[in-house]
Design a protein around this ligand. Structure first.
Ligand code: 5RP
Ligand code: FE2
Length: 218
């Protein structure tokens, strides 16, 4: 499967969010990455279900909702009702990971599990077979526009080897610090979906920026 870019609205202009989303969709983007932060799990706050619900009215892209929140189990239904297609929770945010993943799947959406840069992939051992996606953070979560952490590259390689054996349908998403220099590294390491925020939405032409990222990945 060719890699896909999921533009992250974290770096979009929030005063015209609907227009920004429609623009990347018209340009061919299929997945929209939506970063939800609660000011507890990460030291920043962003948006929640009402904004996702509003965007759902103007977009038919797949909504890839990245929950950087504590107690995600309390809010799953709200995010599903708002229009999420994939819900990704952090392994570090729950002590009942198996139950949490089953809860997401029982709601009829795809289940993703995110790992911070310092979290080893061994945490996936007994849940990988149930996942639709693993999100490997390549920055410490909380902010857009940070520098890519090179140490995550062997983690992507190791995970893609394990996924091929255990759950070949499970996708690897890499999130943080992606630009035209770093994208080829993560693509070669085995990423299927690559999130890009600053590298898309701080550029004068976000659609062109996505095309340049895809070209650099090859
Ligand atoms: O989850 C995130 C931050 O916690 C963002 O998705 C990520 O950082 C994307 O932004 P950028 O491409 O600008 O690094
Ligand atoms: Fe994210």
């Amino acid at each position: 499967m060719p890699i896909k870019i999921a533009p992250s609205i974290l770096s979009a202009d929030f005063t015209k969010l609907g227009e920004e989303v429609k623009r990347v969709e018209a340009g061919g983007a299929e997945i929209l990455h939506i970063d939800v932060m609660d000011g507890h799990f990460v030291p920043n706050m962003t948006i929640g279900p009402p904004v996702i619900k509003a965007l759902r009215k103007v977009s038919s892209m797949k909504f890839d909702v990245h929950l950087m929140i504590e107690r995600p189990e309390l809010y799953l239904e709200e995010f599903v009702n708002a229009g999420a297609d994939i819900i990704t929770v952090h392994a570090e945010a729950s002590i009942h990971l198996h139950r949490l993943i089953q809860q997401i799947k029982s709601m009829g959406v795809k289940a993703g599990l995110a790992l911070n840069p310092a979290t080893p992939i061994e945490v996936l051992t007994y849940v990988l077979q149930d996942l639709d996606m693993v999100l490997l953070m390549s920055v410490n979560p909380g902010f857009g526009g940070q520098q890519f952490i090179q140490g995550v590259l062997p983690k992507i390689v190791a995970l893609s080897t394990i996924i091929a054996q255990v759950n070949p349908g499970c996708l690897i998403e890499v999130d943080g610090g992606i630009n035209t220099d770093t994208i080829s590294l993560v693509s070669r390491a085995g990423a299927d979906i690559i999130v890009a925020g600053a590298a898309v939405f701080t550029k004068p032409d976000p659609v062109l920026a996505i095309k340049e990222l895809l070209a650099a990945a090859e």
